[in-house]
Ligand binder design. Structure first.
Ligand SMILES: [Zn+2]
Length: 169
């Protein structure tokens, strides 16, 4: 199945702005500032932000937290009527979670050339043997996201070599 975007440009910005608020929540806790929202019928049903330091759990990325919450609310592992908005390109784990929950639409902000799994380092979202390939769109509020990431890593001495690009893929 070929999926297409069902959001207008202004809706994409509206929902990515909400994901940015979640990223700012993470930043306030000293966590790598990545935020996510999941939308169904143009309404946010779940939110998440990176909590890896607080939990010391490698899987508590923004997307996984939001997917778990959406699964719980809908009492289904299938999120076939949902769209996911995340401020930074998903990693391999989160791309896997998106595929396994059958989310058909994914929007991200900044690209991540240190592990992005939607084309930057590897493209997990478009493997022909895998029976699901969501619509993917990067670059939504990318500059805001990459500025937040850069500011975070600049403040963390010795960890500022990562490069979160606002360039479109
Ligand atoms: Zn991830």
């Amino acid at each position: 199945m070929i999926y297409q975007s069902t959001f207008s440009e202004s809706e994409k910005i509206e929902f990515m702005s909400e994901a940015m608020k979640e990223a700012e929540n993470a930043a306030a806790l000293g966590e790598v500032p990545i935020g996510c929202v999941i939308v169904r019928d143009k309404t946010i049903i779940s939110r998440g932000y990176n909590l890896r330091e607080a939990t010391q759990d490698a899987t508590t990325h923004a997307e996984i937290t939001a997917i778990r919450s959406a699964n719980n609310q809908l009492k289904s592992f299938r999120l076939e009527e949902c769209a996911l908005f995340v401020t930074v390109e998903p990693c391999i784990m989160c791309a896997g979670g998106i595929l396994l929950s059958r989310i058909p639409e994914v929007y991200f902000g900044a690209s991540n050339n240190k592990g992005g799994a939607c084309g930057s380092v590897i493209d997990v979202m478009n493997i022909k043997e895998v029976n699901h390939a969501p619509y993917i769109e990067g670059g939504v509020l990318a500059e805001r996201s990459s500025d937040l990431m850069k500011a975070f890593f600049k403040n963390r001495r010795g960890a500022n070599k990562r490069n979160y690009s606002s360039e479109e893929k």
